[in-house]
Write a protein that binds this ligand. Structure first.
Ligand code: ATP
Length: 319
């Protein structure tokens, strides 16, 4: 029977991680469990950087971005000897299950621990919305709102100067931030992994826009094409002067949106329920709006690009 659980955040940080830690902690304590917070993800598990959490340990954390437990990347966690040390540390405290909050790498680490006998449940928390099996990850909604806010501001100045704004957003493995923000800001062009990149098509679309409006917006996902090169092409081959803006890590920060806070709270509560109900290698997913646990390996096997492509079809029809 599970009596003591640990919670950690791992991989890239995302707004809503604190809300998820809070929910796991409060729900587990209310269900009569002891709760331990592991600092800096799997690194803290390996280095025994673990503290007992109380209801007040998670007070006033919900509205803050980032993660108060800290996060880290530890490549050596793929090594079974490193994981053995980490598991031995958990044993010292009598911890018998883990909630791991993070992205797909965090899932792989958790799966490896479950194969060594530790029951784990993962919570999807990454701004990129790039985890298979779930319609939404915690942090995506907040990051999307940050992007929309920035693009709206850039549009004001582009319109005044008859410019084309090119905005680079995160999402090298999944174009959801690019596609959703393109829909929400009425961008002319969206370029991401799922759409591919065709310079001639981009220039044609921007030239067409220049005939009827004073500005144009291109949303570009990172890792597709150097943004300055694209800006040069637009400036030289369309009536617009182009300006490049890389939003970068600002997309990862900020107070989580209402939606991310509620999703994190629901997933946190349901993760504890899942552990108590016997889940040993599961992750929380939004499926048709419902939060449910599925096996981690099933989530990792899902091709996540289908839902991005479906949304891109919407973008094309509302341009
Ligand atoms: P993000 O999507 O924001 O980058 P992530 O969880 O995918 O988040 P990663 O850096 O890929 O971030 O993974 C987090 C950590 O999980 C790694 O630093 C490593 O400690 C652990 N990890 C990743 N893959 C494995 C694996 N195959 N086996 C064991 N541990 C792993």
């Amino acid at each position: 029977m599970i009596k003591k659980i640990a919670v950690l955040t791992s991989g890239g940080d995302a707004p809503g991680m604190n809300a998820a830690i809070r929910a796991v902690t409060r729900a587990a304590l209310q269900m009569g469990l002891e709760v331990y917070g592991i600092h800096d993800g799997y690194l803290g598990m390996y280095e025994d950087n673990i503290e007992k959490l109380h209801p007040r340990s998670v007070s006033e954390k919900m509205g803050h971005g980032g993660t108060f437990l800290g996060t880290a990347r530890l490549k050596q966690f793929t090594d079974i000897e490193v994981r053995k040390v980490a598991l031995a540390n958990l044993k010292k405290y009598g911890i018998d299950a883990l909630v791991a909050i993070g992205g797909d790498g965090t899932y792989r680490g958790a799966l490896a621990l479950s194969e060594m006998g530790l029951p784990v449940v993962c919570i999807p928390c990454t701004i990129d919305n790039d985890i298979g099996g779930t319609e939404f990850t915690i942090g995506f909604d907040t990051a999307l709102n940050t992007v929309i806010d920035a693009v709206d501001k850039l549009r004001d100045t582009s319109n005044s100067h008859r410019r084309c704004s090119i905005i680079e957003v995160m999402g090298r493995n999944c174009g959801d931030i690019a596609v959703w923000s393109s829909i929400a800001t009425g961008a002319e062009v969206c370029i991401c992994k799922e759409t591919g990149y065709n310079l001639n098509e981009v220039l044609k679309t921007i030239r067409k826009a220049a005939k009827v409006k004073r500005h144009a917006i291109i949303i570009l996902a990172e890792n597709m094409v150097p943004i300055d090169e694209l800006a040069k092409q637009v400036s030289e081959n369309t009536p617009f002067d182009a300006r490049a803006t890389v939003l970068g890590h600002v997309q990862r920060g900020g107070a989580p949106s209402a939606r991310d806070r509620v999703l994190a709270s629901e997933m946190g509560v349901k993760a504890v329920h899942a552990l108590l109900n016997g889940s040993t290698h599961h992750c929380m997913c939004v499926r048709k709006g419902e939060v449910v646990p599925i096996p981690i390996e099933d989530a990792l096997a899902v091709d996540d690009s289908i839902q991005t492509i479906e949304k891109y079809e919407v973008f094309k029809l509302v341009q």
